[in-house]
Design a protein around this ligand. Structure first.
Ligand SMILES: O=C(O)C[C@H](O)C(=O)O
Ligand code: SF4
Length: 511
């Protein structure tokens, strides 16, 4: 097994940095579905560019490299302990070289282990099989989309859809609702794996397992194949679109599996995966551990980089405004939902640990007129001790909803950058204190890392790399105003219209 470790490291690196061909085909097809010049089409363009950059730089597609989850199958006689040890060592190695973000956090103390190892991480499932080769599959599913997983216990009642019975039509309603409730927060357009039956634990495991099916494969069960087709057709009529900006491409894949259940239980479990659908697999020689072939590399697929809107093709080109930090209240009040802003100057990262801390502490830097970026980057230190950004896309902002309004007020913040939008409390604070919410493209971690010209400093390293407060000098950082200082929220609008559309699918479809 002299090649085992190298093979596992290659698998981890490839999974994190190189989007598989079936996923690329789905993203390319989504771009064709969107109208030229729309926010959704522009976002898909950025996503495509980001995928190319990640492959070229051999760097993470998204900064959240997720919970590494391995599914390993071994022939009888192969020592699984050796494989387990090699996986752990190579996870730590890939973290050291910036292919993975340090993502393993002690749930009680909040301490980041720094090497992606700890109780429960990485996740490794072993199985024995009759075949001669070793198979290792890996999925890197980020936390933002993981948070949008949902489990339904039937029968139930769902707003807009009415009664949900223990039958195929009830399952249909749950899946549509699952896509609706994710909105853009799990970095739509997304993929879903659905598990029907099982118990609460095995139902979710089944749902996640469906994500290992190729995007294009057809369900062998005719009823489920019909349901998958129906969901693909219908979910894309909800109008949520890429990043929840509205649009025609909301769901890129739907795979449904079924297991038996207990008489008292009927679960429908849905695993939501963002567009940055990073999963790969290899077959290994059981003697040497060398890679015989990859499982999800049927052909090379280039990302569609054709421009979505030439300047003269659309009449209502979004207004582009250049902002230099610190920003004045007057500048902020002149912005409207839909404007594109290009930011130059300093911004500060801050996410869950920082927001909670700032509620009852001072801030080490002056945030007056400043910009907070909801971001947990991948960072590397060079030999001179200087920090470099390896990946830096936005994180889901709604988690900071309990704090954001008060933090804006307390520190005089003028702009909050994140993804997925925020709620009514923040919208009110934006209006009262003269601030805006800017949506960056989730998952576009290479695209944004390129805009960061210098790391000015860092505070709160004790929170761990993703949660620390990084002070970043940026140039040409583009984002879209999706909540302005006048009470307008694109997110509230899309949520309302998609809820209305969801309700149109209440009538029974399957017997
Ligand atoms: O943790 C992150 O950086 C992002 C997360 O995956 C999210 O989608 O919110
Ligand atoms: S930021 Fe978006 S693309 Fe990245 S892991 Fe989270 S949900 Fe996925």
């Amino acid at each position: 097994m002299e090649n085992l470790k190298q093979s596992i490291l290659e698998l981890i690196t490839d999974t994190s940095t190189n989007l598989p061909p079936d996923v690329r085909r789905a993203v390319n097809a989504a771009k064709v579905k969107e109208d030229l010049g729309t926010r959704a089409a522009l976002s898909l363009s950025t996503i495509a560019e980001n995928v190319v950059m990640a492959e070229e730089n051999v760097s993470p597609i998204c900064q959240d490299t997720g919970m590494p989850t391995f599914e390993v199958k071994t022939p009888v006689g192969v020592n699984q302990l050796i494989i387990k040890q090699a996986i752990k060592e190579m996870i730590a190695e890939a973290t050291k070289t910036g292919k993975l973000r340090s993502n393993s956090v002690d749930s009680l103390t909040g301490e980041n282990t720094g090497d992606n190892l700890g109780p429960g991480t990485p996740v490794i499932h072993f199985e024995q099989w009759e075949e001669d080769e070793i198979e290792i599959k890996l999925i890197l599913k980020g936390g933002g989309c993981e948070n949008k997983n949902i489990q339904y216990s039937l029968p139930c009642e769902l707003e807009g859809l009415g009664k949900v019975g223990r039958n195929l039509d009830g399952i249909r309603k749950c899946i549509l609702h699952a896509v609706y409730q994710a909105q853009g927060q799990g970095c739509s357009a997304g993929f879903i794996g659905v598990g029907i039956g099982g118990d609460r634990t095995s139902g979710y495991a089944l749902a996640k397992h469906q994500l290992f099916r190729k995007v294009e494969d057809v369900n062998p069960n005719a009823d489920l194949a019909a349901l998958e087709d129906y969901i693909m057709e219908t979910a894309n009529q909800l109008g949520i679109g890429t990043m929840g900006f509205g649009g025609n491409a909301t769901l890129l894949g739907c795979k449904i599996g079924v297991e038996n259940r207990l008489p008292a239980s009927f679960f429908v479990s849905v695993a939501y995966n963002c567009w940055a659908f990073r999963r790969q697999g290899v077959r290994l020689n059981p003697e040497t551990g060398e890679i015989l072939r990859y499982l999800y590399k049927d052909e090379e697929v280039a990302m569609d980089l054709t421009p979505v809107a030439a300047a003269d093709e659309t009449d209502d080109e979004p207004r582009e405004v250049v902002l230099q930090a610190p920003i004045t209240e007057e500048q902020i009040r002149s912005l409207k939902v839909g404007d594109v802003v290009i930011i130059n100057g300093e911004m500060h990262t801050g996410r869950d640990a920082l927001h909670s801390y700032l509620m009852d502490h001072d801030c080490p830097v002056d945030l007056n007129g400043g910009i907070i970026y909801h971001c947990g980057p991948v960072m590397m230190k060079d030999h001179e001790g200087e920090w470099h950004v390896k990946a830096a896309g936005p994180t889901t902002s709604i988690r900071e909803e309990p704090y954001q309004g008060e933090i804006i007020k307390k520190f005089g913040i003028r702009a909050v950058i994140g993804k997925g939008g925020m709620g009514a409390k923040t919208l009110k604070a934006l209006n009262e204190h003269g601030a805006v919410y800017l949506n960056a493209i989730g998952g576009a971690a290479q695209y944004y890392a390129r805009c960061i010209k210098k790391v000015n400093g860092v505070d709160f390293m004790e929170f761990g790399i993703p949660e620390a407060m990084w002070h970043l000098n940026v140039k040409g950082f583009a984002a879209i105003v999706t909540m302005d200082a006048h009470g307008n929220s694109l997110h509230a609008d899309v949520e309302k219209t998609s809820a209305e559309r969801l309700a149109q699918f209440a009538a029974p479809v399957f017997k």
